[in-house]
Design a protein around this ligand. Structure first.
Ligand SMILES: [Zn+2]
Length: 403
């Protein structure tokens, strides 16, 4: 691949990486930058805002008047870097020309030039290169439009994109396909598991620990439900039909956090735990959660007999649907053609792909950089990957696409 990354694309990537768009912050600086740039080219953006108006999605059609075409999609937020040891400033967007790395044989070797910074791989560079090449989409001879869809709050549960998709429907825009530029090393990815995460608050009744019959032990009741989650996890491992290509070829369940109790001699009134399901695309996570709720409702009557206020309260933290595309789908074929890759892959991380797919839009995940560097200290993407991404997007601009 002899394509050299344009200085304009690199500079746009650096500009976006330098903006702090950690999910807990506002992303408006980035959204305003993209909106203003597109406005300068005569493109109007549809902005949908979060309830507190500190964050926004941007949706823009390049090639207004043409039939709807392919969506180029990415999330604008990043994970934080608190507590991580970085050797560069996470917002520096520094380019290291030929960094040295220790190879597998212990030899020092020179590696591909890299762009460093939070979001460089996951996934501001993809957005930046698309925006830097906006003119090409506008000048394209393709009979179809291209759409930019940039969301907020992906990293905390794919919240923003739901508004964006709803707004697209309101506007009666019906794109034919979607390419999400999450880091896959430019190999088209056609499947990932879902991530369904819940919090369970357990209310018991406290008492001196010598008087247990007058109490409801919140920790022990929590433990029963946790045991149910564990039993389900073992059931998946033993019984679920395997789906090869994932690191773990069956659905998983796990409890990630637990709090409860105040003293050794007090029966605890409160306990709380969080758990998650990562379901195969062929398994139903909603049914999994229903099974937990049904189990809890069988435990609850005995608690309420001692204390009517006792019981379980469940809250949803996030529900990111699994994604299952197809190797033969036209958008997958298009991504293969544009990336020069003949194969497809499956990824271990959640994306917005399932939400686009569930909205009836065939989707593929394909973007620069590796998930190995995402969320890590010293996150980086190689300029070689960015060059491949630029070639991919420039190819999309000149492709007849899919109608
Ligand atoms: Zn991402």
């Amino acid at each position: 691949m002899s394509h050299i990354l344009s200085s304009r694309s690199l500079s746009f990537a650096q500009t976006l990486v330098r903006m702090n768009t950690v999910s807990a912050h506002s992303n408006l600086e980035l959204i305003d930058f993209v909106r203003d740039h597109l406005a300068g080219l005569g493109v109007r953006s549809r902005i949908t805002r979060s309830a507190d108006r500190r964050k926004a999605n941007l949706f823009a059609t390049l090639g207004a008047g043409k039939p709807a075409g392919v969506i180029v999609s990415g999330h604008t937020d990043t994970v934080p870097w608190d507590g991580q040891e970085w050797s560069v400033d996470p917002l520096s967007a520094s380019v290291q020309a030929w960094p040295e790395a220790v190879g597998q044989d212990g030899e020092i070797e020179r590696v591909e030039p890299r762009l460093y910074g939070r979001g460089s791989a996951d996934m501001k560079s993809f957005i930046a290169i698309a925006v830097a090449n906006a003119e090409l989409f506008l000048e394209s001879a393709s009979p179809f439009a291209v759409h930019f869809a940039f969301s907020y709050d992906e990293e905390v549960g794919c919240f923003g994109v739901r508004e964006l998709i709803a707004d697209m429907k309101d506007a009666n825009v019906k794109p034919v396909a979607c390419i999400i530029g999450e880091p896959t090393l430019m190999v088209p990815a056609i499947a990932h598991k879902g991530v369904y995460r819940y919090r369970c608050c357990v209310r018991g009744k406290e008492a001196h620990s010598s008087l247990t019959p007058q109490s409801v032990n919140a920790i022990e009741m929590a433990a029963r439900v946790i045991g149910k989650v564990r039993d389900m996890a073992e059931g998946f491992e033993q019984n679920e039909a395997r789906y090869e290509g994932f690191d773990v070829p069956f659905s998983t369940a796990s409890v990630g956090q637990f709090q409860g109790g105040i003293a050794d001699n007090v029966v605890p009134r409160d306990a709380e735990f969080r758990y998650e399901f990562r379901n195969l695309p062929t398994a139903d996570a909603v049914a999994m959660q229903k099974e937990v709720l049904a189990y809890a409702s069988r435990v609850e009557p005995a608690m309420k007999r001692v204390a009517p206020e006792a019981g379980f309260k469940f809250e949803t933290i996030c529900e990111i649907p699994s994604f299952l595309g197809s190797a033969t789908d036209p958008v997958t074929r298009l991504a293969q053609r544009l990336s020069g890759e003949s194969g497809v892959t499956q990824v271990a991380f959640g994306t917005e792909a399932g939400l686009f797919k569930n909205a009836g839009i065939p989707t593929v995940v394909c973007g620069p950089g590796s998930i190995q560097q995402a969320h890590q200290p010293d996150e980086y993407v190689t300029l070689e990957q960015l060059a491949r991404c630029e070639l991919f997007l420039q190819g999309l601009a000149s492709a007849p696409q899919i109608g």
